[in-house]
Design a protein around this ligand. Structure first.
Ligand SMILES: Nc1ncnc2c1ncn2[C@@H]1O[C@H](COP(=O)(O)OP(=O)(O)O)[C@@H](O)[C@H]1O
Ligand SMILES: Cc1ncc(COP(=O)(O)O)c(CN)c1O
Length: 133
């Protein structure tokens, strides 16, 4: 959807993402900014992360992965969060990635492709899936 405050799609389509696309999805993998935009929230704490993830679960997706956030206090670490709801039970894991000093275009797309393939192989295992990060 976008990065660093810039949407790739026209901003007019945001309501369709919020109201139509998210409820159709089983798995969504927004970065922090995208998650905030989809839920009209601002994330400054881990508690905010959980609130935002829950708002997204409530719209339908059983898996919500916040691929990156600015919550890490270590500049060399990128922090993400993954949450799955199955049979009414929610599991959430935190992912710590060694941050490379570069900007990668398409990292989110690649991450999503890998995550979806591996989640199909390991549907209930966030401990395995978080190793992708
Ligand atoms: N600078 C980086 N160093 C290391 N890994 C990165 C970096 N940027 C992205 N990644 C990896 O790619 C994944 C998706 O990146 P992210 O920036 O959250 O997506 P998007 O491109 O949608 O903003 C991250 O969870 C992480 O695993
Ligand atoms: C126009 C455009 N540019 C770049 C990207 C790459 O985005 P990201 O780095 O967030 O994966 C996308 C995502 N599909 C895109 O649609």
């Amino acid at each position: 959807m976008g990065d660093d405050g810039v949407m790739y799609a026209p901003k007019e389509v945001l309501p369709a993402y919020k109201e139509k696309i998210v409820p159709l999805a089983d798995i969504i993998l927004p970065n922090q900014w995208e998650a905030e935009l989809l839920t009209d929230t601002t994330i400054t704490t881990e508690s905010d992360v959980l609130t935002t993830i829950n708002l997204l679960h409530e719209r339908g997706p059983h898996t919500v992965v916040l691929t990156s956030s600015n919550l890490s206090t270590d500049p060399n670490v990128l922090t993400g969060y993954a949450s799955c709801v199955k049979d009414g039970k929610k599991t959430c894991v935190k992912m710590a990635v060694d941050k490379l000093d570069a900007m990668f275009i398409g990292a989110g797309d690649l991450f999503a492709a890998l995550w979806i393939a591996w989640q199909d192989k390991h549907p209930d295992d966030l401990e395995v899936l978080k190793l992708l990060a």
